[in-house]
Ligand binder design. Structure first.
Ligand SMILES: [Zn+2]
Length: 342
């Protein structure tokens, strides 16, 4: 995967978005799948890389007045504590984005917690008829944190990482600006507490071009038995989602509990991380949900640590302690899924 080298003087824009959602059942006069969230706040901190550390160069904070979803979704209200009156105080999205671009400059590396924010930004740009090409690389700090903490292969919340590094909690979470500032602190800690060369190496093989689709998913049809459910997605897993040519298998699929992991290679498009989960629907039938994505450094760590677990404990995996989540942990606490619970 094409990557971005970091050198002295490079700028990181650590950003976070809050977005409102359509009220279920309400008629909007357009296809809501083209705007699954409307951005209501952009927060960011600018960091400049110099001699192995990151120096803060300013904060960006902007409230946006939604044009489509003007009344706040109860779940968004619960998380952000914003009211309808707060939403009305913002500025229009195109004006806010113009200011944000000015703040970013031309050659920054975007960074954020979880990979949903760049996609949400692009969705809003496209919906409102603006140029949705960001022309930048994006670094997901969440898997980066898991590589450099003892939390390998787990997806943790911003607050978990803040506690891990003993960052003072002076502001509440779940405002775009405070979350961006906390994420910036986590990124600075990753630099300050680890070997610079190692951090730079992982970052350069983890940053992805925002304008390329990184992740491909499919869901197989429901079956009586798990192996059948898996065979429903085997076609998806055997060829490159970009060019359609058959994959070379780098790491043969292996199963730990309800997930299969694999590493593939396309001669043209590079390496892909594959994970297939076996799930049960409400009728008790099995189905498989498969993901293929351009492999980044955290994916190599994940697949290597799972492979090690598989070789030690087999498909049952390492015995899980009671208080730990029974699933693999990752993907459970991402922002994109957080709002989907009803
Ligand atoms: Zn390909």
């Amino acid at each position: 995967m094409l990557s971005r080298m970091v050198k002295d003087g490079d700028t990181f824009i650590v950003f976070d978005l809050e977005w409102n959602q359509p009220i279920p059942g309400k008629e909007y006069g357009f296809d809501v799948s083209a705007l699954t969230g409307e951005i209501i706040e952009i927060g960011a901190e600018k960091l400049v890389y110099s001699g192995g550390t990151l120096i803060s160069k300013g904060i960006f904070s902007c409230d946006i007045k939604p044009a489509c979803y003007r009344s706040i979704h109860y779940h968004v209200k619960k998380v952000t504590h914003k009211t309808n009156a707060d939403l009305a105080k913002g500025i229009p999205f195109p004006v806010a984005y113009k200011k944000f671009r000015e703040f970013m400059g031309d050659d920054a590396i975007l960074a954020g917690w979880g990979n949903s924010d760049p996609d949400m930004l692009k969705m809003n740009l496209k919906f409102f008829g603006l140029d949705d090409k960001l022309g930048m690389f994006f670094l997901d700090v969440q898997p980066l944190f898991s590589v450099f903490s003892t939390e390998k292969g787990r997806q943790r919340s911003v607050e978990f990482a803040v506690d891990y590094y003993n960052v003072p909690k002076e502001e509440s979470f779940h405002s775009a600006t405070s979350d961006a500032k906390y994420t910036a602190q986590i990124l600075r800690n990753i630099f300050d507490r680890n070997q610079t060369s190692e951090v730079l190496s992982v970052i350069s093989s983890s940053s992805v071009n925002c304008d390329i689709k990184r992740e491909y998913t499919t869901v197989g049809s429901a079956c009586e038995r798990a192996p059948q459910a898996l065979s429903m997605v085997s076609g998806f897993n055997c060829k490159c989602p970009v060019c359609g040519l058959p994959f070379e298998i780098k790491i043969e699929p292996f199963r730990i509990r309800k997930s299969l992991y694999a590493l593939y290679n396309c001669k043209t498009d590079g390496e892909f991380f594959g994970r297939t989960r076996i799930k049960k629907n409400k009728d008790g039938k099995y189905y498989a949900a498969a993901v293929l994505r351009f492999a980044t450094q955290p994916d190599y760590f994940l697949v290597a640590s799972k492979k090690e677990e598989f070789e030690k404990f087999g498909s049952e995996g390492e015995p899980v302690k009671k208080e730990e989540p029974a699933e693999d942990g990752e993907d459970v606490a991402t922002k994109s899924t957080q709002f989907d619970e009803t």
